[in-house]
Design a binder for this molecule. Structure first.
Ligand code: CP
Ligand code: NVA
Length: 309
């Protein structure tokens, strides 16, 4: 594969995504098969924000492939005290074999990718969460097989999850409907690019204010928190603006009978989703969480195996 980095699903072709899924499936089936694939390699994990799944799954993933992962909190490294991204990228490239970064500004990750000579993997920015969206489509692929012609409904904030799901849908041949309250729609540049991707893939992308329209006949219904990391000051306003935007049993009844419910987690039961739905047999939240490990191992293997510094 020609890529150095994994920053956005938009940069990858449908064929490349399919290859990553095939590798993830193989890795999930036999954990030992790849136990030496990244022997002697080290992944640096830069975190400006909290994390459970991303931190643990990347660290365990490196360990399972014979490598090592290094947790680098921005509170402790000089990047957090104003050392430039340029110098940080150049210096870290001399020690590490790859970097996973979770940041506020998306630009921090794109600049790391530009200046580092080693692979940069986006572990979530304010704009995108590509590892999670990849995992969600992989989880849907496990459940349904061929995803072409199927529909994912995303209900809630037009945030990093919405954006990466919008980029991912055309790559796996799925239609996507995104329902958000007024004022919380997706980023217009992301929307324009995703529309272009959908046009060339022959899939549908709908952005609507109607949760019922979005969820009707969906195979996957997904939501996310109303207040993302970094938006805590807006919590009260968002709770008001999102009232009525809960994925509940009534809404799920509009989806197909065999539809699954997804949420990247962490979740707030009683806010964006009712406990009845997230804890129901339709919910695949823990499969999603597990699959972060397998999909990210496949991404790391694709970018880092066989790559000398
Ligand atoms: N879904 C997800 O990225 O979880 P963490 O914030 O725990 O990493
Ligand atoms: N949209 C959420 C996702 C958390 C994994 C956030 O950015 O906080």
């Amino acid at each position: 594969m020609k890529h150095k980095d994994f920053v956005s699903i938009h940069d990858y072709s449908a064929q490349e995504i399919a290859e990553i899924f095939a590798l993830a499936k193989e890795m999930k089936a036999d954990r030992n098969k790849f136990s030496n694939a990244l022997r002697g390699k080290t992944l640096g994990m830069i975190f400006e924000k909290s994390s459970t799944r991303t931190r643990v799954s990347f660290e365990v993933g490196m360990f399972q492939m014979g490598g090592h992962a290094l947790f680098l909190s921005s509170r402790d490294i000089q990047l957090g005290r104003g050392e430039t991204i340029y110098d940080s990228a150049k210096v870290l490239s001399r020690y590490l074999d790859g970097i996973m970064a979770r940041t506020f500004a998306h630009k921090t990750v794109t600049e790391l990718a530009e200046y580092a000579s080693i692979p940069i993997i986006n572990g979530l920015t304010d704009l995108l969460h590509p590892c999670q969206a990849m995992t969600d489509y992989f989880t849907a692929f496990e459940k349904f097989g061929d995803l072409r012609g199927r529909k994912l409904a995303y209900v809630g904030d037009g945030n990093n999850m919405a954006h990466s799901l919008m980029y991912g849908a055309p790559k796996v041949g799925m239609d996507i409907a995104v329902a958000t309250p007024a004022g919380y729609g997706p980023d217009l540049e992301v929307l324009a690019r995703a529309e272009e991707d959908a046009r060339s893939a022959g899939t549908r992308l709908i952005v609507t204010r109607s949760i019922d329209e979005a969820v009707k006949d969906a195979d996957v219904v997904e939501t996310d928190v109303w207040t993302s990391m970094g938006q805590e000051a807006e919590t009260a306003k968002r709770e008001k603006d999102f009232s009525g935007w809960q994925v509940d049993k009534r809404l799920m009844s509009l989806a197909r009978n065999d539809a699954v419910f997804m949420h990247c987690l962490p979740a707030h039961r009683g806010e964006e989703v009712s406990a009845e739905v997230i804890d129901s047999p339709q919910s695949v939240i823990y499969d999603e969480a597990e699959n972060r490990l397998h999909v990210q191992k496949a991404i790391m293997h694709t970018l880092m195996a066989g790559r000398g510094r």
